[in-house]
Design a protein around this ligand. Structure first.
Ligand code: IPE
Ligand code: IPE
Ligand code: MG
Length: 247
């Protein structure tokens, strides 16, 4: 934590929490064991993000494609989600964390959706870290929905094709309330974004680590922030322009 420049902390960090299954296999355990262990990392990283002064933390917890996993694993993940939200909400609330969710939430089992909505409701007036869970989320699903909405508005004569801007599209994504992430972290050594925030990550810095999610803890998170702080974000400009701007 002491190696972090408090004036250059990213406002929004997004994380692909990957590697639970492989972590469990390494211990000779079932994949589900890895998901359970992964919850401890979630708890630590939420705390670490709040302590570092991050304002928004988006965690990819379940993708649209994850519905294609074996039924046993999907069921176990949904049960784990309900149990975790129920157990963790009092502490999140105490720490002033505001819970939100993005994705096709209607596709979640009713017990899961209820627990989620209850926690969102309990924490809705909190002013600390905004914790966004991406659940049954995929970016192509989200972008397709926004295109459908734009087409409907055009068909109804409410919107002219020429008036469609980047802001029109952003305003129809489920992340419309949040600034784009400046930093995206993926654990487990995979170098891909697996249908996560394709639009929103357009200019994010990517940080990949070989650590499996259950092994990713506070110091690893701070290391990712430190790596981010050492980079020059040019947004298409030259390095000279950027150093003149910051003079
Ligand atoms: C990430 O870990 C958690 C979810 C996708 C729900 P994985 O379950 O993908 O673990 P690996 O990648 O198979 O090791
Ligand atoms: C991405 O991990 C989704 C989540 C972390 C929730 P996966 O493990 O499902 O991604 P792929 O299939 O290996 O790309
Ligand atoms: Mg995986």
């Amino acid at each position: 934590m002491s190696s972090i420049n408090k004036d250059k902390v990213p406002q929004h960090v997004a994380i692909i929490m990957d590697g639970n299954g492989r972590w469990a296999k390494q211990q000779g355990e079932d994949r589900i064991f890895g998901h359970h262990e992964g919850v401890n990392s979630v708890r630590e990283i939420v705390e670490a993000a709040a302590e570092a002064g991050v304002k928004y933390l988006t965690l990819y917890a379940f993708s649209t494609e994850n519905w294609n996993r074996p039924k046993d694993e999907v069921d176990a993940l949904m049960e784990l989600l309900v149990a975790t939200i129920s157990i963790e909400t009092p502490q999140l609330h105490k720490n002033k964390v505001k819970l939100e969710a993005i994705g096709n939430l209607k596709s979640l089992p009713p017990a899961c959706l209820n627990e989620l909505q209850e926690s969102i409701n309990t924490t809705k007036n909190n002013t600390g870290l905004i914790l966004v869970l991406a659940l049954s989320y995929s970016s192509k699903w989200e972008i397709t929905n926004s295109v459908k909405e734009i087409a409907a508005q055009v068909a109804e004569g409410k919107l002219k094709p020429n008036d469609i801007t980047e802001e029109t599209i952003s305003s129809l994504l489920c992340t419309t309330k949040y600034p784009d992430p400046e930093l995206m972290i993926r654990t487990s050594g995979e170098h891909r974004i697996s249908n996560f925030l394709l639009w929103q990550l357009a200019y994010a810095e990517f940080y990949f680590t070989d650590k499996l999610w259950p092994d990713f803890r506070k110091d690893d998170f701070y290391e990712a922030i430190r790596s981010y702080q050492l980079r020059e974000r040019r947004f298409g400009k030259t390095s000279e322009q950027i150093s003149q701007q910051t003079k």
